[in-house]
Design a protein around this ligand. Structure first.
Ligand SMILES: Cc1ncc(C[n+]2csc(CCOP(=O)(O)OP(=O)(O)O)c2C)c(N)n1
Length: 407
């Protein structure tokens, strides 16, 4: 299948840029490997999705952006934060759930957020970031700026209803957004051929008025060209774009994945096109760096990750008092269970937490004493007496879905 922007190899950028690109990909690779190790040592809780194999899609795209542009990603987003310039210390500390993390330890692996660098997360709902990014693009336009947003998501997400809805609005309102589908061949354990009727994903938004292009996600320069051109069109011609980067996820979907849906040979075949090795080899072949230089770059990347890990380990956990900080609730308009510490016997609203005093803290900590049955009963008893679940009279039970989902 035709994937590349051009058959000929792309011209290398100047030496400084080439080395920076290689270093950034190496930093991400070494970070992800270490995160996997730290997960095995239980330093990291929850889910952990690594981007090993996809580094060129991230670095190529981010290097094509302006610092004033916005970036939005999925739960597989450590590399995006690092590429945008978030220090590895702040990313690792977030994975460890520590106070010096980029989301103050409240987000974890799937919810990195760095406003200063216009990296807007980190979303766990597959396809959920597309409408949000469309809204950001509307804001860029409404405010009269020439900022744009790149919204990254997976091949699986292209089957969500939000995909079509977002494409339609973006095209209709001529918004400065580049939708970038990182096609790593799988949505969890389901291969692209088994989940999408159209497998050339670059064509999937044409009917909504969003033209698409394809690039080789294992070639950082090809990605850079494709996203650069898409951003130019989105920004200057007010024509949203879809870019498909064809790549491969070398590791499992998340840390607990027996990978029964693919063969070791298939993985080995793709690994031959490892984006870091390919780019490194090109730099060596063209005399930009030597083998020794590469070793030094690699050692430096590993050293940065050593420092980041030590930093994260020494950072304290957030204070219990900060548990409800930064939770977005509309006072009396919305009474949601999400504003309630479910382990406590009485609902106490997030915004009242500071006044709740020691009792609430004690109750929260003692919450484990409550059996599941009592908890369920309590929840239903309370769900009847207020309009929990928010908006337009939706029954309280609806809010239960927000806590029930798994990954
Ligand atoms: C709305 C929704 N449905 C299901 C899930 C469970 N889930 C988590 S990741 C994932 C696969 C998504 O695959 P893809 O979009 O290709 O991204 P990738 O993980 O390959 O980067 C699924 C189904 C979810 N998080 N959100």
């Amino acid at each position: 299948m035709a994937v590349r922007q051009t058959d000929a190899p792309h011209k290398l950028p100047d030496k400084e840029t080439s080395v920076e690109v290689l270093e950034r990909m190496l930093l991400i690779r070494r970070f992800e490997e270490r995160a996997g190790e730290m997960y095995a040592k239980a330093k990291i809780g929850g889910f952990l999705h690594l981007c090993i194999g996809e580094e060129a899609t991230i670095v190529g795209a981010v290097n094509a952006m302006r610092t004033t542009d916005y970036l939005m990603s999925t739960y597989r987003e450590h590399g995006q934060a690092l590429a945008r310039g978030t220090p590895p210390e702040a990313v690792m500390a977030e994975l460890f759930g520590r106070v010096d993390g980029v989301s103050k330890g409240h987000g974890g692996s799937m919810h990195l957020f760095d406003w200063e660098r216009r990296f807007l997360g980190g979303y766990g709902i597959v396809g959920g970031n597309l409408p949000l990014a469309t809204g950001v693009a509307l804001a860029c336009d409404y405010k009269g700026t020439d900022d744009a947003i790149v919204c990254m998501f997976g091949d699986g997400a292209s089957n969500q209803g939000t995909f079509g809805e977002s494409m339609n609005m973006a095209a209709l309102w001529k918004l400065p957004v580049v939708f970038m589908v990182i096609n790593n061949q799988f949505g969890m354990g389901t291969s692209l051929e088994r989940h999408s009727a159209v497998t050339d994903l670059s064509k999937k938004a044409e009917g909504f008025g969003v033209p698409g292009s394809r690039c080789d996600g294992m070639d950082v320069l090809d990605v850079h060209d494709a996203v650069g051109e898409a951003l130019r069109k989105a920004r200057e011609e007010r024509q949203p774009q879809l870019v498909e980067a064809v790549t491969y996820r070398f590791r499992g979907h998340s840390m607990a994945d027996p990978e029964e849906y693919r063969t070791k040979d298939e993985v080995a075949e793709w690994r031959k096109r490892d984006p870091i090795n390919v780019f490194k080899q090109r730099l060596i072949d063209e005399g930009v760096i030597s083998d020794d230089d590469f070793e030094k770059l690699d050692e430096r990347a590993t050293g940065r990750i050593d420092e980041a890990t030590e930093f994260a380990d020494n950072s304290p956990f957030p204070d219990l008092d900060s548990l409800y900080d930064d939770i977005y609730v509309y006072g009396d308009q919305v009474k949601g269970w999400y504003a309630v510490d479910e382990r406590a016997p009485e609902p106490h609203r997030g915004e009242d937490e500071r006044e709740a005093g020691d009792l609430a803290h004690e109750l929260a900590e003692a919450g484990a004493a409550y059996t599941h049955e009592e908890y369920e009963e309590d929840r239903w008893r309370h769900s009847g007496d207020d309009n929990a679940g928010g908006g337009e009279g939706e029954p309280a039970g609806g809010a239960r879905d927000t806590t029930g989902g798994g990954d």
